[in-house]
Write a protein that binds this ligand. Sequence first.
Ligand SMILES: CC(=O)N[C@H]1[C@@H](OP(=O)(O)OP(=O)(O)OC[C@H]2O[C@@H](n3ccc(=O)[nH]c3=O)[C@H](O)[C@@H]2O)O[C@H](CO)[C@@H](O)[C@@H]1O[C@H](C)C(=O)N[C@@H](C)C(=O)N[C@H](CCC(=O)O)C(=O)O
Ligand SMILES: Nc1ncnc2c1ncn2[C@@H]1O[C@H](COP(=O)(O)OP(=O)(O)OP(=O)(O)O)[C@@H](O)[C@H]1O
Ligand SMILES: N[C@H](CCC[C@H](N)C(=O)O)C(=O)O
Ligand SMILES: [Mg+2]
Length: 486
Amino acid sequence: MTLGELLPETALAPGFAQIAVAGLTSDSRKVKQGFLFIAIAGNKADGGAYALKAVQAGAVAVAAEHKPDGLPPGAVFIQVANARRTLALAASKFFPRQPGVIAAVTGTSGKTSVAAFTREIWSALGEPAASIGTVGVVSPKGEVYGSLTTPDPVDLHRSLDELAGDGVTHLALEASSHGLDQYRLDGIRIAAGAYTNLSRDHLDYHPTLEAYLAAKLRLFTDLIAANGTAVINVDDEHAPQVVEAARQRGLKLMTIGRRGEGIRIADVAIDGFAQRVEFAHAGHIYNVKLPLVGAFQVYNAAVAAGLAIATGSAPAPVFAALEKLAGAKGRLELAGSYNGAPIFIDYSHKPDALAKALEALRPYASGHLVVVFGAGGDRDPGKRPLMGEVAQQKADRVIVTDDNPRSEEPAEIRAAILAAAPGATEIGDRGQAIRAGIAGLRPGDVLLVAGKGHETGQIVGAQVLPFSDHEAVATVLKDLGARVRS
Ligand SMILES: CC(=O)N[C@H]1[C@@H](OP(=O)(O)OP(=O)(O)OC[C@H]2O[C@@H](n3ccc(=O)[nH]c3=O)[C@H](O)[C@@H]2O)O[C@H](CO)[C@@H](O)[C@@H]1O[C@H](C)C(=O)N[C@@H](C)C(=O)N[C@H](CCC(=O)O)C(=O)O
Ligand SMILES: Nc1ncnc2c1ncn2[C@@H]1O[C@H](COP(=O)(O)OP(=O)(O)OP(=O)(O)O)[C@@H](O)[C@H]1O
Ligand SMILES: N[C@H](CCC[C@H](N)C(=O)O)C(=O)O
Ligand SMILES: [Mg+2]
């Protein structure tokens, strides 16, 4: 591939267009012979400072918004208006294949669940389907874990190309606010995009909630194909702005929710660890037994059904497929029980999600609703007291423990939560906290282990120690079982 083919929208100096390019990256450490290096002024570092290193490592050209100092004379330099967007668009040229049907979902909560549900619906309808997001790339070939919800554009376009090559025709994608803000998804041919909800999160990155919403709106204003569809949960308080953005763009609109006109959630009744839901769509009523716990999962299921229908699947089999949903790992997942009390693992690591998870479990607690949770280090500290408050208000017994402390002092994170949850017990060691939560369960109680969901490691300092809430629960259950029997 040549520079001209990679950067069709950039005016190139004479002779540059024919330069052969063997690959591209924005990370000097990944440069190989013949690569295009795109220097990005990032959040922590300035890629321009690594331009010389990139050239020394074999880069044949450097693109950036400003010419980096110290670029050797004669080095091929291309000035671009937006380096991040250039990286993504060039990646889409370098890795040209994409699944024919791509749906993306944004929102503070529910992205992973909606992406998983949409993939499951398509699979049930016989389409070779995949999803990409927080839990990695999930495809008929298996699961490959990646550390970001929306991967770096080069990784993302490589994955799309590989999936298409493997015969995957349908892809559901999580669009994180960071990913949207950093143009990671530009160049992807998105047929339908969904909005779930907006609540406080990531205020360490976005300066305000408005800026956070603006990042999410990019999916609708810039990314969904011009003839595409926006699937919007209109019961969310910020939905009017999303609807407005989609309207201005001329997108087809499918509203969902209690007030939805595309898919209306007409009625919901709890049925054990499942829910009986009446959906209304296009003049038909679909009665579905959704095998999931939590009112919010009804919304996620409706959004996923909306994405499938918007991208051409027939409604009746789509609604029928909802009865078989397995859901994403660690999303209000029943992990076991002790003394007749169910134990759920959930990925709620922000105030609204924690509130929703506790509200979802309240109907099952004729006794006490117990929660074990913490908050991640190096993330918005403002959410800590808010999570403490939520737990204090919505649970009967609160155990505050560590999540991923990262570079922070774990005791200080716990203290910030405890300040708003004065009745809580503090147990730093997460395994011990889970043990205490389970050991205290009586019939009628319910335990929620919140914050880490599917994660298999605990980030302490710069180290990732093996840790999984699923394993921790299983170990305690095994130990307690042994003790009960002896
Ligand atoms: C804050 C943030 O989003 N950072 C992401 C961003 O980094 P950045 O572009 O700002 O990079 P930087 O570290 O300032 O470096 C600037 C440039 O210098 C380059 N560099 C740097 C060092 C060097 O030796 N050589 C070199 O070339 C870097 O490759 C980069 O291009 O772009 C990188 C490449 O895509 C990401 O790996 C990185 O994710 C960091 C690790 C991260 O933790 N991100 C989290 C917050 C994140 O993105 N989360 C979202 C949301 C999750 C959710 O919704 O809950 C996600 O999508 O996962
Ligand atoms: N529609 C929803 N409304 C409110 N809370 C939800 C919703 N869906 C999920 N949650 C809560 O948020 C948690 C995370 O859900 P999920 O992983 O599907 O969302 P996400 O948007 O991918 O989150 P993340 O950005 O952390 O990856 C769940 O474990 C649950 O507690
Ligand atoms: N993608 C989210 C995941 C948070 C998970 C939680 N366990 C934590 O560490 O805070 C983030 O990086 O903010
Ligand atoms: Mg996610």
